[in-house]
Write a protein that binds this ligand. Structure first.
Ligand code: SF4
Length: 345
């Protein structure tokens, strides 16, 4: 049992089975998460964790990801960490400086590679693919937070928008999110945690049903099925109207806006007709539309010019009538921008 691999409630049950109360389970979490002591042999001396609990932890020693590269963008201060799994697979985490001084949000990976095949995304072109364990997601957080703390800053948020489709790794991602949120562990507010999906309808509905308090972001790509299928192949399984209907169910159940991430590509999806189609599709579903300029190192897709993007934004304001935000996708010079994570650079 690795405390980074189970939800806080499961850890309490496990501890109770060994004669320890919930307070001891919480102390174990704070020892690991807040004091960063991952060696169970030190828990008894440093945190009075009962020996029987420390000795029941396995595997020993608790495994870690290997940090093998760290690069900071000279342009905008975004930082990318590349980790290796025990079998040498690469995964990446991005440290995003926020407007609030000293605050950093972490963009976490949920998989190595991604099977969704979005045509504008470098992660889709990686040949290695597998789900990450919850501890591998949490270890990105723990190691990144050490770096952030060393810089005199603090982690205030986390987004599951790195490598992979989080809802294809549903249980491990939600376990990690619960640990990030827990006040004895990551201590990040639920509203500062965002889980992103390319639009897996059954999992969006499961997420709604289970009542999670984290935010939801859906990568839309385009407002019509014909265009969306070109950019996001999984769209052939769920028509975009079904995706937005699932988003609506979430928004109404949680009484919040769903973020619709829209990757803007010159000559593909930023015309007046695209804005109009998006307006019809969204209707009165509570959303916020995040416009993200495509970054495609392969050269297949180009971002719109400033004038094209402004015209599209104006058209969206007319047709959608809900918050439209231009989201900065930073770290382009270090391959840390949205859609460029590929374990290289
Ligand atoms: S954009 Fe996201 S879902 Fe699509 S291939 Fe890339 S990582 Fe996967």
């Amino acid at each position: 049992m690795d405390p980074r691999n189970v939800r806080p409630g499961e850890l309490e049950t496990w501890a109770a089975g060994r004669g320890c109360d919930a307070g001891v389970a919480r102390k174990l979490l704070s020892t690991v998460f807040q004091r960063g002591v991952l060696d169970p042999s030190r828990w008894m001396a440093e945190s009075q964790i009962p020996r029987r609990l420390a000795e029941a932890v396995s595997p020993l020693p608790l495994p870690r990801l290997t940090l093998d590269a760290s690069v900071v963008s000279p342009g905008d201060g975004f930082q990318k960490l590349r980790f290796r799994t025990s079998e040498g697979l690469a995964l990446e985490t991005v440290l995003i400086p926020l407007h609030k001084p000293g605050a950093v949000s972490l963009c976490l990976s949920s998989q190595v590679g991604c099977a969704m095949g979005c045509t504008f995304c470098a992660t889709a072109r990686m040949t290695s693919r597998r789900n990450l364990q919850a501890w591998e997601i949490i270890d990105q957080f723990l190691q990144a937070r050490e770096i952030v703390r060393g810089q005199g800053r603090r982690v205030t948020g986390a987004v599951f928008m790195g490598m992979g489709e989080p809802f294809l790794n549903y249980d491990h991602v939600l376990t990690a999110a619960d640990l990030l949120r827990c006040s004895s562990a990551g201590s990040i507010g639920a509203k500062a945690i965002t889980i992103s999906t390319v639009g897996l309808v059954p999992e969006i509905d499961r997420y709604t049903r289970e009542g999670h308090r984290y935010r939801l972001a859906i990568s839309l790509g385009a407002a019509t099925d014909a265009k969306r299928r070109e950019l996001v192949p999984v769209a052939s399984r769920w028509p975009v109207a079904e995706v937005v209907a699932a988003a609506r169910r979430f928004a109404l159940a949680r009484r919040c806006r769903v973020t619709l991430a829209y990757v803007c590509i010159a000559g593909v999806n930023v015309g007046e007709d695209d804005a109009q189609a998006l307006g019809v599709l969204i209707g009165d579903t509570p959303v916020r539309v995040d416009l993200i300029e495509v970054t495609d190192p392969s050269g297949r897709y180009a971002p719109p010019t400033t004038a094209e993007l402004q015209a599209f934004r104006d058209a969206l304001t007319r047709h959608v009538g809900q918050p439209i935000v231009r989201r900065y996708s930073g770290g382009k010079d270090i391959q840390a921008a949205c859609g460029t994570l590929a374990g290289v650079g």
